[in-house]
Design a protein around this ligand. Structure first.
Ligand code: NDP
Length: 229
C-alpha cells in the first residue's frame, strides 16, 4: 500500500486531498497544527483505518525536525506540501508588512524545502517517490498582474526551489513537481472561486498517480497540463 503525507490536511484542499486519497485506498499521514480545528479531519478516521494524524507547525523549524524524526524508517511514497498562507493583509506597494512577508516565506517557501529535505530517507524507501508542492499560478513569472507581493514572491520562490530540487534528486529517482491547484473554493480562495476543493483534489491526485521521472522539474496544473513557469 502506498503512503501519502499531506500537510495542512485539516481544511481546504488538504482535507479534500486526504479524503480523495483514503477513498482510493492509500494510507494517509495527515498533518494539522491545531487540535481545535481538525474535527472534519478526525471524522474521516471513523471510516478509514488507514488515516494517521500528526501535528506539524510549518513556521517552526523545531516542529518540522521533531516531526521528521518521528517518521524515521517509515516509507513515504508521496509527500504533498499543501499547507500555505496568503501572507499579511498589508502586502501592497504602498503598505507592506515586512515581518508578515517573511512569515509567508517561512511557510510557503522554506518549510516545503525543509520538510522535503528531512524526509528524503523515507522517500528513498518508495518505488516511485514523489514530492508534489501545491504552489500557485500567482507565482508564475509568465503571468503579469498587480499586488499580493508577499504571496506571489513566496510561490515564485518555491517553484524555483522545487525545480532545483528536482534536478538534484534526479539520480535518486525522486520526482519533484510544483502544481497549481486551480482557483479553489476554500477559506483562501473564497466562495467565488471557480472549482470546489473536491474537484481540485481529484485532479491533483490524478496527476500524482501519473507522475513519472520525465515529468519531474516541471510545473503542472490540477488538470494535468504543464503550466508556464
Ligand atoms: P486554506 O487557507 O483553506 O488552508 C490552508 C492550510 O494550511 C490549513 O490546513 C492551515 O492550517 C495550513 N497552514 C497554514 N499555516 C500553517 C503553518 N504555519 N503550519 C502548518 N500548517 C499551516 O488554503 P487552501 O486549502 O486554499 O490552500 C492550500 C494550498 O493551495 C496553499 O499552499 C495555497 O497557497 C494553494 N493555493 C490555493 C488556491 C485557492 O484558490 N484556494 C489557489 C492557488 C494555490 P490551519 O487550519 O491550522 O491554519
Amino acid at each position: 500500500m502506498e503512503t501519502i503525507l499531506i500537510t495542512g490536511a485539516n481544511r481546504g484542499i488538504g482535507l479534500a486531498l486526504t479524503e480523495a486519497c483514503l477513498n482510493k485506498g492509500y494510507a494517509v499521514l495527515a498533518t494539522y497544527r491545531d487540535e481545535g480545528s481538525c474535527g472534519a479531519l478526525k471524522a474521516l478516521g471513523g471510516d478509514h483505518a488507514e488515516l494517521s494524524l500528526m501535528t506539524l507547525s510549518l513556521d517552526d523549524e523545531a516542529s518540522i525536525l521533531a516531526f521528521a524524526k518521528g517518521l524515521r524508517g517509515r516509507k513515504i511514497d508521496v509527500l504533498i506540501n499543501n499547507a500555505g498562507v496568503m501572507g499579511p493583509v498589508n502586502q501592497s506597494l504602498t503598505d507592506m508588512d515586512s515581518a508578515g512577508w517573511l512569515n509567508a516565506f517561512a511557510i510557503n517557501t522554506i518549510a516545503p524545502f525543509t520538510l522535503s529535505r528531512l524526509l528524503l530517507d523515507n522517500l528513498s524507501l518508495a518505488e516511485r517517490p514523489r514530492i508534489v508542492t501545491v504552489s500557485s499560478q500567482m507565482g508564475s513569472l509568465n503571468r503579469v498582474s498587480k499586488g499580493a507581493f508577499a504571496y506571489r514572491s513566496s510561490k515564485a520562490a518555491v517553484n524555483k526551489v522545487m525545480q532545483v530540487m528536482a534536478l538534484e534528486l534526479q539520480e535518486q529517482g525522486i520526482i519533484v513537481c510544483p502544481v497549481h491547484p486551480g482557483w479553489v473554493q476554500t477559506d483562501m480562495g473564497g466562495s467565488e472561486a471557480e472549482i470546489t476543493s473536491e474537484e481540485s483534489a481529484a485532479g491533483i491526485l490524478e496527476l500524482v498517480e501519473k507522475l513519472q521521472p520525465e515529468h519531474s522539474g516541471r510545473f503542472w496544473t490540477w488538470q494535468g497540463e504543464e503550466h508556464p513557469w
